[in-house]
Design a binder for this molecule. Structure first.
Ligand code: HPA
Length: 263
């Protein structure tokens, strides 16, 4: 990714945002439903106003960078992300992560909607991502040889927050696939066999870059549906959004408790 392009976005946001964020939260499909009742919105910048920022038009993604406050914490919320299946390059997908790093962010909470592969998982469950399997082409060969991207300290904070808020937290391996099609039942059988608990079309590109840049990462999936083949019904993106939306109270509560525990 051209340094000049990054510099322009950084300069724009540095002037617009009047604080130095330490924590950022990326909201995946349907998760934006937690915004209205979880935080006080201080400032909202449409992605299209930020030079070079990739703008997705997938339903369920607002396409805004929002400065939020909660108790004594200020954070940046990215409501919406770009996906490989929309035609964005691996470099474009991780552009926001590079900008967050340059703005001073140190810890990143990254969320998504996923299909549950683990037969114990039900729609509405929340899964702490403990590891991943990646099937999405990546940006550049990683200079740092990292093999564990999810911060153990942040994982413990999420577990502690879940127990404090009385939210059941599942744990498992997230498999990132290019999409845009949902999987075939045979693919799901293979994914289960190789160790995946949930499948989705995002997150890992951003996690890899965040790790390379030294950010601490916490990953959470909302299990929006049982994966193809585990249920007779055909899957639709609208169903994913409806199911994530139905869990918004629990998702919001967990995120707020995690943010509180971070301070
Ligand atoms: N597969 C892939 N991505 C998804 C799914 C799924 O079943 N549900 C939500 N995102």
């Amino acid at each position: 990714m051209a340094t000049q392009k990054l510099q322009k976005a950084f300069d724009y946001l540095k002037t617009e945002l009047k604080f130095e964020p330490q924590t950022a939260l990326i909201l995946g499909s349907g998760w934006d439903s937690i915004l209205n009742f979880s935080f006080t919105k201080k400032q909202s910048i449409p992605y299209r106003d930020i030079p070079g920022w990739p703008v997705s038009d997938v339903p369920g993604h607002q396409g805004k960078l929002i400065r939020c406050a909660f108790k004594n914490q200020s954070l940046i919320v990215l409501s919406g992300r770009s996906h490989y299946y929309e035609g964005f390059s691996p470099g474009e997908i991780v552009f926001p992560i590079r900008i967050l790093k340059s703005l001073g962010v140190r810890q990143l909470i990254i969320t998504n909607a996923a299909g549950g592969i683990n037969p114990d998982f039900k729609a509405g469950d929340i899964m702490l991502i403990t590891d991943h399997l990646n099937f999405i082409p990546r940006e550049i060969p990683d200079p740092k040889r990292i093999n564990s991207y999810y911060d153990p300290g942040l994982m413990n904070i999420a577990r502690q927050a879940a127990s404090q808020a009385d939210v059941k937290l599942r744990e498992g391996v997230y498999l990132a696939t290019t999409g845009p099609s949902f999987e075939t039942p045979a693919e799901i059988r293979m994914m289960r066999w190789i160790g995946a608990d949930a499948v989705g079309m995002s997150t890992v590109p951003e996690v890899l870059t965040a790790g390379q840049l030294g950010l601490k990462v916490l990953g959470l999936s909302c299990i929006a549906n049982q994966a193809t083949g585990l249920t007779p019904k055909p899957l639709r993106h609208e169903e994913v959004l409806t199911n994530v939306n139905a869990s918004k109270k629990t998702l919001g509560l967990l995120i707020r408790t995690i943010i509180e525990c971070l301070s």
